[in-house]
Design a protein around this ligand. Structure first.
Ligand code: FE2
Length: 384
């Protein structure tokens, strides 16, 4: 797996139970004196926002809070946050929450420090001026946004999801505190956990894979596949929680270096048109993508099974794509999530339109086996 490589760690990763106590110190180290805390209502209600603000204030920082981010953030959320930033004048931004809050923090940073509109930054490397330093604190174990330089922001009018990436938009520090994930409802643990597993599996076989990204994918796969059952059975198991959080973070690093594949291309239109939770859509489609890719990439899936051989219930590596797909389905079922599309949406006639949309998803271009619109249609049918 030689070939060209350009790898740099942009984000310092600090992980440990109650590590959020150190937030103020980390912010000071970055030169912060005025912090804008970007979060959402649920995080405020759980008391996490106040704990974060307290640590920042104890370190001498002035703090303003923007808690209006919503799931799948839009340009409207970013614009509202930007008003807060323009009023307060922060020299540091803290993103506290799931992927949505962290992405919104990045979006606010783009338009606050570089001006213009969110759509001006759609693509890669569009920010000409420096951006404020940021600290990312995930409260789920899922997206890995804390180590990615991309913000996914939807256009509030057209609903198009814009991927806005710039190395300056990467968090300078990712603060992983597993105690923040203890308050999660079991369904959120299941949805975000299966999404993270899909990140490990898709990035491992993508066309952009390299020696470093695959190391992250495998480490993430072991941590995630080996601990999801455990955190669902025993939600207060802090070590299992920490393993899930680190696994999701490593999977995020794998994506940053290798991108994703067809399962995410299939999942996105289901969220856009039918409001399916991202984790659920990905969990339903991934086994079918694995079977499809298995025709040419079975050996790579066998490597994942071999890497997870110590995990109870892991199929023999010789079973390759078929074994991996069956394992993923049983994991989804045990997590209490649906495995068939028919139980989630009523309108089977929507499949051709969904397939057209899936074929236009950027993320599908990195799938190891070329995908046509007809392939996407067939995979939706298989998952029905
Ligand atoms: Fe995902």
């Amino acid at each position: 797996m030689g070939g060209p490589l350009d790898f740099r760690m942009r984000t310092r990763i600090v992980s440990g139970t109650d590590s959020m106590h150190g937030l103020g110190r980390l912010a000071s180290e970055l030169g912060g004196t005025r912090a804008l805390l970007v979060t959402d209502r649920g995080i405020v209600e759980a008391g996490h926002a106040e704990r974060a603000a307290g640590s920042l204030r104890r370190a001498g920082l002035a703090v303003a809070e923007f808690a209006e981010t919503r799931e799948n953030p839009t340009t409207r959320d970013v614009d509202a946050g930007r008003e807060s930033a323009d009023r307060f004048g922060p020299d540091l931004i803290v993103g506290l929450g799931g992927g949505s809050a962290m992405d919104c923090a990045k979006g606010i940073n783009f338009v606050h420090s570089n001006g213009g509109r969110m759509s001006d930054y759609w693509g890669v490397g569009k920010a000409a001026r420096p951006m404020l330093p940021m600290i990312g604190i995930p409260t789920t174990a899922g997206t890995g946004s804390e180590v990615q330089s991309f913000a996914l922001i939807s256009d509030a009018e057209t609903h198009v999801k814009m991927a806005c990436g710039d190395e300056k938009a990467a968090f300078r520090v990712a603060l992983l505190d597993p105690s923040l994930t203890l308050t999660q409802p079991p369904r959120v643990t299941a949805l975000t956990g299966l999404d993270a597993i899909a990140h490990a599996v898709e990035s491992y076989v993508s066309t952009r894979r390299n020696a470093i990204s695959t190391a992250f994918s495998v480490a993430a796969w072991r941590l995630l596949a080996g601990n999801l059952d455990g955190v669902l059975r025993n939600p207060t198991d802090i070590e299992a929680r920490s393993n899930m959080q680190l696994g999701a973070c490593l999977a995020g690093l794998a994506i940053e270096n290798a991108m994703l594949g067809a399962a995410h291309a299939l999942a996105n239109p289901l969220t856009t048109h039918f409001g399916l939770p991202h984790g659920s859509a990905v969990a339903i489609l991934l086994p079918h993508v694995v079977r499809h890719n298995g025709a040419t990439r079975g050996a790579w899936y066998g490597e994942l099974l071999a890497a997870g051989a110590a995990i109870p219930g892991m199929p023999d590596s010789k079973s390759a794509a078929g074994g991996l797909a069956a394992f993923l389905e049983s994991l989804t079922r045990r997590a209490g999530l649906e495995t068939r599309l028919a139980s989630m949406i009523a309108d089977r006639d929507a499949i051709p339109r969904l397939a057209r949309d899936a074929a236009n998803q950027w993320t599908g271009k990195f799938n190891p086996r070329g995908m046509t619109e007809d392939d996407y249609r067939r995979l939706y049918e298989n998952a029905w």
